[in-house]
Write a protein that binds this ligand. Structure first.
Ligand code: NAD
Ligand code: IPM
Ligand code: MN
Length: 369
């Protein structure tokens, strides 16, 4: 079989720190499971601005198109907050999503048993939680036109962004949610603000119609986004799959991450459409950012990045067995009492990024024996 082409983009801040821990697992897969990767690494975000003057170079976008999968770390940081808006580090990830047509961002919020006490919510509320947030990622207010800042005749300024969704954009992301629901608990909750926004009303109509036509076996409910934020904290286990737009999905998934204990625990997969050759573009990344407040100190939790790699093995490389092994190894490490600072609780052993990564590798080796 030909090598699997993997593009690795560590980015800024804790990005490279947590990506290093995935490197160990790649080594293990190659040595022990005979998986061969063809790995290319490139700069993106602030690191690329410093080296090349732009957050992502065209040849890196092309490399992403050519790869079988992209593993992304995180971008951004205070040192680049003052560069022009069209050159911000964050443009790296936005450009990749847009250029590769990565429209469906899967963000699973799963509470692992050893971590029930790490959540700021009561254990009884979060125990056993397993929800999947499907966030649309190439449309909505992130990309809608018109946008910009303009100066008015009186010298004051006006900032503009526009929420736009077409029938096609809503349908394709909703289809992903329905398909996932069929493999899970068969329930989709569609989230928008159809009481205030026309694009939200269209969203509700299109999802309703699609369910009636193609997914009558899946249970569909609708919820206004503000209520959804409240319900996620009140009783998160009422949800199975949540499907929502770009901005609401961004907020609700950060919120959901705290149900699992930490933002440092949540992986994600962003998928595009299957092309004529049966290839599906895909990018994998933790949902957290570059965490400038802890960067450079070896404190970051590498599990979101490691679990993103497991998702990559599952969805892009059809290595379900290996993905399960890595997930199992993470559970074992947590059960053994190791904790990075963000998930620390009394009686546990506090460790840094690399000790956590090493421990996952050790567990893998044990499980594989
Ligand atoms: P953030 O996600 O970087 O951090 C929020 C909080 O969570 C911080 O206190 C941080 O220390 C903590 N945290 C995040 N990841 C962690 C980990 N792995 N282990 C332990 N703690 C962790 O969000 P922010 O501070 O609002 O943003 C910082 C920068 O990151 C900004 O420039 C932002 O634009 C960027 N960002 C990038 C991405 C991405 O690349 N996909 C995602 C979100 C934010
Ligand atoms: C995320 C991030 C990005 C987003 C930023 C960095 C552009 O917050 O992946 O959740 O808003 O989509
Ligand atoms: Mn976000």
């Amino acid at each position: 079989a030909s090598n699997k082409k993997l593009l690795v983009l560590p980015g800024d801040g804790v990005g490279p720190e947590v990506m290093r821990e995935v490197g160990r697992l790649v080594g293990w897969l190659q040595r022990r499971r005979g998986v061969s990767f063809d790995i290319t690494e490139e700069l993106v975000g602030g690191a690329s601005i410093d080296a090349h003057g732009v957050p992502i170079r065209p040849q890196v976008v092309q490399a992403a198109r050519d790869a079988d999968a992209v593993l992304f770390g995180a971008v951004g940081g205070p040192q680049w907050d003052h560069v022009g808006f069209e050159r911000r580090p964050e443009l790296a990830i936005l450009t990749l999503r847009r250029e590769l047509g990565l429209f469906a961002n899967l963000r699973p919020a799963v509470v692992l048993d050893p971590l029930v006490d790490a959540s700021t919510l009561k254990a009884d509320v979060v125990r056993g939680l397993d929800i999947m947030i499907v966030r649309e990622t190439v449309g909505g207010i992130y990309f809608g036109e018109p946008r910009g800042v303009e100066t008015l005749p009186d010298g004051s300024r006006r900032g503009v962004n526009t929420e736009v969704y077409t029938t096609h954009e809503i349908e394709r992301v909703a289809r992903v949610a329905f398909e996932l629901a069929r493999r899970r608990n068969n329930a989709v909750c569609s989230v928008e603000k159809s009481n205030v926004m026309e694009s939200g009303l269209l969203w509700r109509e299109v999802v309703t119609e699609l369910q009636r036509r193609e997914y009558p076996d899946v249970k569909l409910s609708h919820m206004l986004a503000d209520n959804c934020a409240m319900q996620l904290v009140r009783n998160p286990r009422q949800f199975d799959v949540i499907v929502t737009g770009n901005l609401f999905g961004d907020l609700l998934s950060d919120l959901a991450s705290m149900l699992t204990g930490s933002l440092g625990m949540l992986p994600s997969a962003t998928l595009g459409a299957v092309d004529a050759f049966g290839r599906r573009p895909a990018l994998y990344e933790p949902i957290h950012g570059s965490a400038p407040d802890i960067a450079g100190r070896g404190l970051a939790n590498p599990l979101a990045q490691i679990l993103s790699f497991a998702m990559l093995l599952r969805y892009s490389f059809e290595l379900e067995g290996e993905a399960l092994l890595i997930e199992e190894a993470c559970r074992h490490v947590l059960a053994s009492g190791l904790r990075t600072a963000d998930i620390m609780s009394p009686g546990m052993a506090r460790v840094g990024t690399s000790v956590m990564g090493e421990a996952v590798q050790r567990e893998l080796e044990k499980l594989d024996r």
